[in-house]
Design a binder for this molecule. Structure first.
Ligand code: UFG
Length: 327
């Protein structure tokens, strides 16, 4: 069996990736410090607790499993927090990733799949963002991810590591089998917050800003189903195994939905009212982020089959009602 080191494998996207890797015949080895992840979410392969800032621990894990590739999900990822605590983002995300990259190179592991973000593009109103769009992040989270992309390009140039970089748009939904799902503490993401508000687990949702230059005044995002997203990662891994060159791919659907539209869809799916109020803008938020993801479809053969807003909210709602991890 081929081992793949999955950093952040106990988190939302990483745990879904582990399931997809196992289904594709790989052994996902989760490396996670459990600061934002859940040991309960590690169901598809071995678990190694550790922190990316601990190089000796990384070396130990590389030596033990001799992974054929790294899938790097572990990161701090809250846009708002990154604005108030930028140092935390640069240290954890950038220094941690550099440690991981150097450990991979030292262990002779040459294939690296990296979880990047559309937040690296920043606010480019009324543009569909493709992989060649300029990157002007407007928050420290996006800036930290762009810096890691730069590091990967430098290690590619020195012939040490080949990479596939995925720039995600807004990830939502959950495993339809209910094995894993989305659970953050604290929760900051729109869909799970809204589902909590719907069934009274928390107060009304606050819409962050209603004065944006969009048709209904609320921010527009491109939502992609977590299962489709991780399928692309398995294709990215195979791309590298096939000896193809380093490449960047956007992962989104090309369709944008405003916060109010997400609320409307949630009302339809759950058949329940969505309690909400209107609040101020959240620092660091872009007006509109919509993906051009044709490259992943054309070159990787990616088929995002579950990424309708209705399907994502349906799967998230099922998980919300039945799944949980022990906090
Ligand atoms: N929103 C609200 N109220 C809330 C939470 C969110 O109105 O209580 C709005 C946000 O302002 C934004 C949209 O809902 O317009 C989506 O917000 P999320 O927090 O769910 O997602 P973000 O767009 O901020 O961030 C996500 C990922 C990042 C990624 C980013 C790119 O968490 O990793 O998408 O947009 F970089």
């Amino acid at each position: 069996m081929s081992n793949v080191l999955v950093t952040g494998g106990a988190g939302y996207i990483g745990s879904h990736a582990c399931k997809a890797l196992k289904a594709a015949g790989f052994t996902p080895v989760t490396f996670d410090n459990l600061i934002t992840g859940w040991q309960d979410a590690v169901k598809f392969g071995p678990f190694e607790q550790g922190d990316l800032l601990d190089r000796a621990r990384l070396d130990e894990v590389f030596a033990k499993y001799k992974p054929i590739a790294v899938m790097h999900f572990a990161a701090l990822s809250q846009v708002g927090e990154s604005m108030s605590e930028p140092g935390k983002y640069w240290r954890n995300n950038v220094s941690g990733s550099l440690n991981l990259i150097e450990a991979a190179v030292a262990a002779g592991c040459e294939n690296f799949v990296f979880s990047s973000t559309c937040a690296t593009y920043g606010d480019q109103d009324n543009v569909v963002l493709d992989e060649n769009s300029a990157q002007y992040p407007v928050n420290a989270y996006g800036a930290s991810k762009r810096a890691i992309e730069d590091i990967l390009r430098d290690f590619e140039a020195s012939n040490d590591l080949r990479h596939v970089i995925f720039r995600y748009f807004n990830v939502a939904g959950a495993d339809p089998d209910g094995d894993v799902g989305e659970f953050h503490q604290p929760e900051t993401h729109l869909v799970p917050l809204m589902l909590d508000a719907i069934d009274g687990k928390r107060d009304a949702l606050t819409i962050f800003g209603t004065d944006y230059d969009t048709p209904d005044g609320t921010c527009i995002r491109d939502y992609v189903h977590v299962c489709d997203l991780v399928d692309a990662h398995v294709l990215g891994l195979k791309w590298l195994q096939d000896g193809k060159g380093s490449r960047v791919f956007n992962l989104g659907t090309g369709s944008g939905f405003s916060v109010r539209e997400v609320i409307d869809h949630s009302r339809e799916v759950t058949n329940k009212a969505v309690p909400f109020n209107e609040g101020a803008r959240r620092p660091g938020d872009c007006t509109k982020l919509v993906s051009g993801s044709q490259r992943a479809i054309d070159e990787l053969g990616w088929k995002p089959e579950r990424s309708t807003l209705k399907q994502m909210i349906t799967d998230a709602w099922r998980w919300h009602q039945t799944g949980h991890y022990d906090a």
